[in-house]
Write a protein that binds this ligand. Structure first.
Ligand code: ADP
Ligand code: S3P
Ligand code: MG
Length: 220
């Protein structure tokens, strides 16, 4: 009789939304059919580690007058563990399962700017939900930019062992064709994050103006 070795334990997360930030004070309402709504649906920033999702996302939320949520921070708050601790104790598969669950919950909330973790958009289920309920923006960065921006930081477990440059290059190969399916693609440059956020805001508004309706309005 073969004995199946026990896998890592399942991660127990607090699914209550109590750790979420309260909505900000409403900005002045714009005139027109979208009056009172600074952004009609959630914007999800996707891209590799170091692309600037968290940093640019925070600026974009201020510009758009909606809350900012970082998916990794939500996962950490729900698990009461850092991303590195989750990887070390429970393994990557359990992290990914938690990430899918947290993303689904965040995508049910009223419009916000959501900085996804770099791997979130690779899950079919999450990508399908984003397509239905949000506008996705890929912050596309070259390898040099990603290496420079992630160097010397230890909070990304995938880059903590081996050659970070080689890991990022391999991830680019695997993930860029999938990130390329996002609604909007923006190149990450050396400009200040606020300038990238302004470009993102303009591109999202253009995208919404050209699509028939906001995804969150056309599907339940
Ligand atoms: N123009 C820029 N846009 C975004 N991030 C920048 C820029 N220049 C430098 N950075 C730095 O690069 C890092 C990007 O990290 P972060 O926003 O956490 O990326 P991600 O969430 O995509 O992994 C931050 O330390 C940020 O300060
Ligand atoms: O690309 C990935 O698989 C990951 C990206 C990280 O988020 P950032 O992209 O915000 O660094 C974090 O979710 C985790 O370390 C795994
Ligand atoms: Mg981030």
């Amino acid at each position: 009789m073969s004995v199946v070795p026990p896998g890592p334990p399942a991660l127990d997360i607090d699914d209550s939304p109590t750790h979420e930030a309260p909505p900000p004070v409403e900005p002045p309402a714009p005139a027109g059919p979208r009056a009172g709504r600074a952004l009609p649906c959630t914007v999800v920033l996707v891209g590799l580690m170091g692309a600037g999702k968290t940093c640019v996302g925070r600026c974009l939320a201020k510009l758009a007058g909606v809350p900012f949520v970082d998916a990794d921070a939500e996962i950490e708050a729900a698990a009461r563990l850092s991303i590195s601790e989750i990887f070390a104790t429970y393994g990557e598969a359990e992290f990914r399962a938690t990430e899918r669950r947290v993303m689904a919950r965040l995508l049910e909330r009223p419009p916000l700017v959501l900085a996804a973790g770099g791997g979130a958009f690779m899950a079919d289920e999450t990508r399908a939900l984003i397509a239905r309920r949000a506008v996705s923006v890929w912050l596309r960065a070259d390898l040099e930019t990603l290496v420079a921006r992630t160097a010397g930081r230890s909070h990304r477990p995938l880059l903590n062992s081996g050659d970070a440059r080689a890991t990022l290059a391999a991830l680019m190969e695997r993930r860029y064709p999938v990130y390329a399916t996002a609604d909007v693609t923006l190149d990450a440059t050396d400009e200040p994050p606020l300038a990238t956020a302004r470009r993102a805001f303009d591109a999202v508004r253009r995208h919404l103006a050209h699509s028939l309706s906001c995804p969150s309005e056309s599907s339940p």
